[in-house]
Design a protein around this ligand. Sequence first.
Ligand code: GLN
Length: 261
Amino acid sequence: MKKTMKTLLVVSLALMMMFSFTACSNDETTQNPENGDQEVLTMATNAYFPPYEYYDGENIVGIDAEIAAKIAEKLGMQLEIVDIEFDSIVTGVATGKYDMGMAGMTITEDRLENVNFTDSYATGYQVVIVPEGSDITSPDDLYAEGASQVVGVQLATTGDIYASEDFGADRVQQYNSGNDAVEALKAGKVDCVIIDNEPAKYYVEANEGLTILPTEFVVEDYSICVAKENTELLEKINTALNELIEDGTVQEIIDKYIAAE
Ligand code: GLN
């Protein structure tokens, strides 16, 4: 992981803005049955990624949910959050099933081939969760000669990409959510879980006997993805997002969920 993380390309802003001026045709979601005039802004997410998105009772809450609500408000649209598998978000957005994807999603070159990204609104990095007292005391142990530990990841996340590249498919177990990966760790089905830092903190706090290894990391930029054709919406979201960054709203929302260190 360390090797790949070090070489991970930090994608420049310029790359994110690859406009092609084609008309969009995302009709399915343009009417809100409950509120006649207001269009619906559908956000695809995977709601097992606290504090960015998670269930509070039946509601999906978190940093992404709150920022998205503010963006929708600025756009005069009604936000509808759809909880799907992380692996389906980019495709769902690219094919116009959802207007945008917001899921603590890192901008990567591969994803940029299928969707456009807004400016970044938050950062994260990958960490390793192990059971307390584990033989794995540093990420380097995963790279040791003859190492055979099995790593749990959430399917198609950057953690999955790094782990699969560095350790090979035989040593990686993919799960549909971070929660499932952590449950597998607790059940002894995997030896560690590689996941983003903030969800890791949540999972370790919520589950006794787990701990996070100190990790060298490369910062990943979280951003909102929009279909390549939908440049008009991308621009609108980006403008709203930047206003919310500039007036401090985004930081306020982040601070509400993440205690200052
Ligand atoms: N930041 C990671 C990625 O984009 C994980 C996102 C997630 O699990 N929701 O792949």
